[in-house]
Design a protein around this ligand. Structure first.
Ligand code: NAD
Length: 312
């Protein structure tokens, strides 16, 4: 018999919860009994803009279903925005137990056309923004000796054609996750990352599709080289990601801290912690001459194949 998860008495801050995955999470966590702060500035997928009605609409859905929620419309792309979102949670419900970092944008361009503003905004929303909410939630988690953080990384973090700022930011989120697990684990706090795929959200439709079409035309893998993978029997939906988030927020996953989990519809997968797959020792220390030994090249790169040259 599967144990039921209840989150009664828990308070959750979900950023970027006005749409897509964050919205599905807010609805699910509220249905499990958590009081939820729905943070979203209602921006466009390239960032900027702002529709203040997006977050209240999700709150309305939660209330209609009998749950408790409040809306919060700060941009969490700054230290101050992160502080405001956490403070709004404390002001509304007196505590914070769950922090789900979801806010996301993408500004895909090939790297010879990168603009500094694109790079900065993408990093501000994902890296600085997630660090900001974690930073300001941490004192509460430490004081109450418990809390759960769930960050959204991305399969794009493994490498995504013409989407370098996003790739770098989402990989940074994994590093942030590992660091937070180490700093906060001693206080009973857990921090894990999800690499989701979910169709139908604003981000997954609008800015990303062109990069996939371009790379396909060039014969360059747009995303990572997926070593395993089942056929996509089920269209990946935000609800599948929300279910994983709820599990990560529950005691059922108490042993998981500082890890990354992939999910796409019917498939879920735990990623390894970084590991070296081959090591060699040069007793006197490595020199260029030592690297040029054909045996060394064969061992380190013998079976390597540059898959990114494309057809040209
Ligand atoms: N959908 C996917 O396939 C997929 C894949 C990999 C990673 N992700 C990640 O999952 C998260 C959710 O993505 P989604 O597909 O549901 O996107 P979405 O665009 O549907 O939702 C993201 C929400 O974040 C909000 N937002 C953006 N900047 C914000 C800011 N500064 N402050 C507050 N809110 C902000 C937007 O207004 C939007 O409502 C993102 O971090 C995304 O990078 C999604």
């Amino acid at each position: 018999m599967t144990a039921a998860v209840r989150l009664d008495g828990k308070v959750a801050l979900v950023t970027g919860a006005g749409r897509g995955i964050g919205r599905a999470e807010a609805l699910l966590l509220a249905s499990l009994g958590a009081k939820v702060v729905v943070n979203d500035l209602g921006g466009g997928s390239w960032g900027g803009g702002g529709d203040p009605a997006i977050a209240p609409a999700v709150v309305e859905e939660i209330r209609k279903a009998g749950g408790e929620a409040v809306a919060e419309t700060s941009s969490v792309s700054s230290w101050e925005g992160g502080r405001r979102a956490v403070q709004a949670t404390i002001d509304a419900f007196g505590r914070i137990d769950i922090l789900s970092n979801n806010a996301g944008i993408a500004r895909p361009r090939r790297l010879d056309a990168w603009e500094e503003a694109d790079w900065d905004l993408v990093h501000d929303v994902h890296m600085k923004g997630y660090a900001a909410t974690i930073r300001h939630a941490a004192p509460h988690f430490i004081a109450q000796k418990g809390g759960v953080i769930v960050n959204k990384s991305s399969p794009s973090g493994f490498g995504h054609y013409s989407n370098g700022a996003y790739t770098a930011a989402k990989e940074g989120v994994v590093g942030l996750t590992r660091a937070a697990a180490r700093d906060l684990g001693q206080f009973g706090v857990r921090c894990n990352a999800i690499r989701p795929i979910a169709r139908g959200s604003q981000m997954s439709t609008d800015p990303m599709s062109a990069t996939l079409e371009d790379s396909e035309a060039l014969g360059i893998p747009a995303l990572w080289n997926r070593p395993r993978g089942l056929p996509m029997a089920v269209t990946p939906d935000p609800q599948h990601v929300a279910a994983l988030t709820a599990w990560l927020c529950s005691d059922a996953s108490a042993n998981l801290n500082g890890r990354e989990v992939f999910i796409a519809g019917a498939e879920v997968g735990l990623l390894p912690e970084p590991e070296m797959i081959r090591t060699l020792y040069a007793p006197g220390g490595w020199t260029l001459e030592a690297f040029l030994d054909p045996a060394v090249t064969a061992y380190l790169a013998g079976d390597a194949r540059n898959r990114f040259r494309g057809r040209s």
